[in-house]
Design a protein around this ligand. Structure first.
Ligand code: PGA
Length: 253
């Protein structure tokens, strides 16, 4: 039985007082969220704040990207072990907002995945198709291509050390979530592909859905058998949107 996981992707939002209010509100809720793992991925400058406020609680934290290099002359980059120093458990890898701007290819995302698991970070690896690809019926081909880049790098046992997130690009930040049925079909397809390589990895790996998850659709999405939780962007900017989503995941048996 896979435990549900809800991750806040706070993107490039927040400020020290705003984060403080958000994390305080979330901490207040944690005792009510017993069936759920919850994590908050913040911009780098706020990792220390997240660590200071969340240490010792059941809420994990993480970053939204990292270098695949351990150290060196990479101005502006942050290494995996630096994230560990700030207590990160998770790191988002291959988010479409980075891929789409050309910051990451399938291969560089796979290299980052590998670098993350090497130090014990859990990569949250994002895959998903554009609107054009969606309309042309290519969701399966695109997501499998992105996933295969990682499996080629680290093998299926390496994949097992991370979390997958299916985030159709057309659903991110648009208010137009994929239907629970569409998301379920893609997730079942991805899990089926993993099962063809290793059944136990497929059974245990958590696959999240992300893209306009809101209070209104969270329950239906999380009720799908292959959706193990959500990667939440816009609705993770304040507790009044985010906590009901966590409660919806927590309520699923
Ligand atoms: P959204 O973003 O919830 O605002 O659609 C999700 C994400 O980008 O991870």
């Amino acid at each position: 039985m896979r435990r549900k996981l809800v991750i806040a992707n706070r993107k490039m939002y927040g400020s020290i007082p705003d984060n403080q209010a958000f994390l305080k509100g979330l901490l207040h809720e944690t005792c009510a969220l017993k069936n759920l793992d919850c994590a908050v991925c913040v911009p780098y400058p706020y990792l220390y704040q997240a660590q200071t406020m969340l240490a010792g609680s059941s809420i994990a934290w993480g970053a939204q990207n990292m270098s695949c290099h351990e150290y060196g002359p990479y101005t502006g980059s942050v290494s995996p072990s630096m994230l560990l120093e700030f207590g990160c458990e998770y790191v988002i890898i291959g988010h479409s907002e980075r891929r789409r701007r050309g910051y990451e290819s399938d291969n560089s995302a796979a290299e980052r995945f590998e670098a993350a698991i090497k130090v014990g970070l859990k990569p949250v690896f994002c895959v998903g198709e554009t609107l054009e690809e969606h309309k042309a019926g290519y969701a399966h081909q695109v997501t499998i291509r992105e996933l295969s880049a990682v499996i080629d790098h680290v093998g299926v046992m390496g994949l097992a050390q991370g979390v997958l997130a299916y985030e159709p690009i057309w659903a991110i930040g648009t208010g137009k979530s994929a239907s629970p049925e569409h998301a379920q079909t893609v997730l079942a397809f991805l899990r089926g592909h993993i099962a063809s390589l290793d059944e136990s990895v497929a059974e245990n790996i958590r696959i999240l859905y992300g893209g306009s998850v809101r209070t209104a659709n969270a329950k239906e999405l999380f009720a799908m058998p292959d959706i193990d939780g959500g990667l939440i962007g816009s609705a993770s900017l304040n507790t009044s949107d985010f906590i009901p989503i966590c409660r919806a995941a927590n309520a699923i048996d």
